[in-house]
Design a protein around this ligand. Structure first.
Ligand code: IMP
Ligand code: MG
Length: 186
């Protein structure tokens, strides 16, 4: 397996920048939901690191749940526009203040489908918090209530985001030098 240093082009968001911004988002969310109880829904798997750090900065009472969707075919890096729910929530969201926690909004198809799906269950409110926003790539309009960083149209990895399912554990967000990257053959 390659060491990420072999194909890392640039660290576009450092660990310090991530942690500082996530603390700010947590404070903003805590102010907005003051007096309420918040239900955080993390979209697996890319959102887990973000959720874990974000929730430590949320001071209103909160609960968490997880769902998984698949929008990409194996190995492909383009959203197909079709999103399938592969893991449903454990808990009912009716009448609850729901905040969706996502790693990245790219074309927008994933989050748009998840919003449609969750709205049918009648939450009291439904908002979106994404760490990264690839604004230029948007194909379908989606409401983003909280955004960590707007990033350029480059494939990124680290801090939850994978490269062929690897490297999610890195504490920063980096771009890939594709000419130096070799996909794993496992
Ligand atoms: P969308 O449906 O096109 O908005 O795609 C969103 C999903 O695509 C995210 O949840 C990620 O899993 C994946 N994705 C999009 N861009 C990147 C990237 O640069 N690196 C890693 N995953 C990405
Ligand atoms: Mg994802």
């Amino acid at each position: 397996m390659q060491n990420y240093k072999e194909f890392l082009e640039e660290i576009i968001i450092s660990e310090n920048q991530l942690q500082k911004r996530i603390a700010e988002l947590g404070a903003e969310i805590s102010r907005d939901y003051k007096g309420e109880t918040l239900h955080l829904i993390c979209i697996l798997r890319g959102g887990v690191l973000f959720l874990a750090d974000l929730m430590r900065h949320i001071t209103v009472p909160n609960s968490i749940d997880f769902m998984a969707v698949s929008s990409y075919g194996a190995g492909a890096r383009q959203s197909s526009g079709k999103v399938r729910i592969t893991l449903d929530l454990q808990e009912d969201i009716r009448n609850r203040h729901v905040l969706l926690v996502e790693d990245i909004v790219d074309s927008g198809y994933t989050i748009a489908s998840v919003i449609d799906f969750l709205e049918t269950r009648h939450p009291k409110s439904l908002k979106v918090c994404t760490l990264l926003n690839k604004q230029e790539r948007r194909e379908i309009p989606v409401p983003i209530d909280y955004c960590g960083f707007v990033i350029p149209d480059k494939f990124v990895f680290g801090y939850g985001l994978d490269l062929d399912e690897l490297y999610r554990n890195l504490p920063f967000i980096g771009t890939v030098n594709t000419s130096r990257y070799t996909p794993p053959d496992h």
